[in-house]
Design a protein around this ligand. Structure first.
Ligand SMILES: Cc1ncc(COP(=O)(O)O)c(C=O)c1O
Length: 363
């Protein structure tokens, strides 16, 4: 089937670009001598996760229990939940999963550690834990070394838990220029290594010092002492990574195929990719809601739920024509679809489920 024969809106993955992105990051990690544990919240697909493992990834990172289950139930046997798991339902589901796969979990509170410990004991498993450090994002995580030490002491005494090290996410590297990314990435690595060393000196095993996002991965990977990087969005890239120069348009592997459904004035085109296909998350430093693939200076200026509005009189399209839109924020777009179409040379090779999308509440 030709890509233009697909019903729209359709989520498209360019196989060649995806392959290049996966290989580039895997090679960079190998060259730098750090482990790669990609965050799968971007693709939510066991198919792509297995590909990452085949290229050498140590395991995967997830944010939600649904993602952890989708990975473990589909044969990914090493999953790190980089999220402050601190309530009983999440903890129980992860402890159960601990019987199927190696599960490690983030903590940044005594309450979280105790909840996980109780769940691990109940299900008879050992959960590995990593203390989250805030290296400047000001989201979750402990910012001070003595707070991390206090939590390490508590965790060490809790049954069912094994303290493995520290992790951090300097997400504020997104949108920064090359100089800003260099500073943020270096700080991200150096802070976690410094705290890791001080805990090690107090007798705690600090096997894993885990850092890194797509914009900072190649920088933190060079910081001595960092053991692992966790980029996610690199698999697809998107407009908000192109804007600050982290990626190029040619490296964007994800698009949403759209049909021109209306051309009411010479200047305005309406396509069937609105906020329910592209999301309303605009990302940082990039205009509109997604760029037209191959003509990226033209973008969706505004959206309603099922309408995307392009304002460009030189586009030369007709009602019924198809265009591909590269989203500004790939992760938010993927979460809106049940499946991808894998495409190469404009041919549809197959359908891949977005297995871990949304939220389920299995207790
Ligand atoms: C904890 C954590 N680690 C890693 C990542 C991956 O970052 P990126 O998508 O920029 O590659 C994220 C992204 O949200 C994250 O929250």
């Amino acid at each position: 089937m030709h890509i233009n024969d697909l019903p729209t809106p359709a989520l498209i993955v360019d196989r060649g670009r995806l392959k290049d992105n996966l290989e580039r990051m895997a090679q960079m990690a190998t060259m730098a001598g750090v482990k790669l544990r990609p965050h799968i919240k971007t693709h939510k697909s066991p198919f792509i996760a297995h590909w990452q493992r085949a290229l050498g990834a140590e395991g995967v990172t997830v944010a939600t229990v649904d993602e952890a289950e989708a990975m473990a139930y589909n044969g990914i046997d090493d999953v790190f939940v980089a999220y402050p798991v601190a309530e009983v339902h999440r903890a129980n589901r992860l402890a159960r999963l601990g019987r199927l796969a190696r599960i490690s979990v983030g903590i940044d509170s005594e309450i979280g550690a105790k909840v996980l410990s109780r769940a691990a004991e109940y299900y008879g498993v050992e959960l590995e834990v990593l203390i989250e450090i805030d290296t400047g994002l000001q989201r979750s995580g402990l910012a001070k070394s003595d707070e991390a030490l206090a939590l390490a002491k508590v965790t060490d005494k809790l049954p069912g838990l094994k303290l493995k090290g520290l992790f951090t996410h300097a997400g504020h590297a997104h949108g920064q220029d090359a100089r800003g990314r260099e500073m943020t990435g270096k700080a991200e690595g150096e802070i976690i290594v410094e705290i890791g060393q001080s805990l090690k000196a107090r007798g705690f095993a600090m096997e894993v010092l885990s850092t890194g996002s797509t914009p900072s991965a190649s920088i933190v990977a060079q910081v001595p002492g960092v053991t692992e990087i966790r980029p996610g969005t690199y698999v697809f890239n998107d407009g908000s990574l192109v804007a600050p120069g982290v990626a190029t348009w040619d490296q964007c592997a994800l698009s949403v195929l759209a049909t021109v459904v209306s051309h009411p004035t010479s200047q305005r085109y309406i396509v069937d990719t609105g906020s329910k296909s592209l999301s309303k998350d605009q990302g940082k430093g990039v205009p509109g809601f997604g760029a037209i693939k191959g003509r990226e200076t033209t973008y969706i200026a505004w959206v309603n739920e099922e309408h995307g509005v392009i304002e460009d009189s030189s586009l030369g399209l007709s009602v019924g024509d198809k265009v591909e839109i590269i989203p500004n924020h790939a992760c938010a777009t993927v979460n809106l679809f049940d499946e991808y179409y894998l495409v190469e040379d404009d041919l549809v090779l197959g359908r891949i489920p977005v297995a871990a999308r949304g939220h389920r509440h299995f207790v």
